[in-house]
Design a binder for this molecule. Structure first.
Ligand code: PRP
Ligand code: URA
Length: 210
């Protein structure tokens, strides 16, 4: 069974409170999504492999560490996942970025794919799927299906800012190998598939489309 890590760091929680506030405007919302993604990325990558190297400082030779192991790809689920990419790339500038476009059918809440473009070497990379909202889990689960079945990706992590218990359960059932990182686990989904209390429609709030 996959692990679920809820980041209770005070900086993340403080920023999340402002993010949830309906009074927060588009510009600040966008900045906060990016900052929270960066802070979450810092801890979600704690298990990256390193190797020991020797570096000559101006004073002496130092034993130091650098990243080794598989390279990373960040895969935002469009649209809202795009808001997290800049923050992730701030910490992992060498990561490549693949895009997967999914929207939820408003009636069935089922994810519908409309775009996909992955780095050519995606199969060899460890993937972090990013999407601020894990609601029913349909979109994240479909993205993982896609990465595994179409591209042969072996190792995936999912990073979402707010998750509903229903989405976590669905993801763990469909993808027990995918560890999940969130800043908050909220109460439940409402009848329209929105997370309660959540923050509303993440895509609309990032891009100002409502
Ligand atoms: C939102 C969100 C997720 C999805 C989560 O996207 O960004 O991708 O819903 O819901 P789920 O867990 O029930 O699948 P939406 O479909 O609103 O598209 P958008 O990002 O283009 O606004
Ligand atoms: N997508 C969103 O943007 N918000 C929710 O609460 C659920 C799905």
């Amino acid at each position: 069974m996959s692990t679920v890590q809820v980041f209770d760091h005070p900086l993340i929680q403080h920023k999340l409170s402002i993010l949830r506030d309906e009074q927060t405007d588009v510009m600040e919302f966008r900045e906060l999504i990016s900052e929270i993604a960066m802070l979450m990325c810092y801890d979600a990558t704690r298990d990256l492999q390193t190797e020991e190297i020797e570096i000559k400082t101006p004073v002496a030779v130092a034993k130091a560490k650098r990243l080794a192991g598989k390279k990373i790809a960040i895969v935002p689920i469009l649209r809202a996942g795009l808001g997290m990419v800049h923050g992730m790339l701030t910490l992992i500038p060498s990561a490549k970025v693949g895009h997967i476009g999914l929207y939820r059918d408003p009636d069935t809440l089922e994810p519908v794919e409309y775009y996909c473009k992955m780095p050519a070497d995606i199969t060899e990379r460890d993937v972090i799927v990013v999407d601020p909202m894990l609601a029913t889990g349909g979109s994240a689960s479909a993205a993982c299906d896609f990465l595994k079945n179409k591209y042969g990706v072996k190792h995936i992590k999912l990073m979402s800012i707010i998750a509903a218990p229903e989405g976590i359960e669905a993801m763990q059932k469909a993808h027990p190998d995918v560890d999940i990182y969130v800043a908050a686990k909220d109460s439940h989904l409402n009848d329209h598939g929105y997370i309660v209390p959540g923050l509303g429609d993440a895509g609309d709030r990032i891009f100002g489309t409502k």
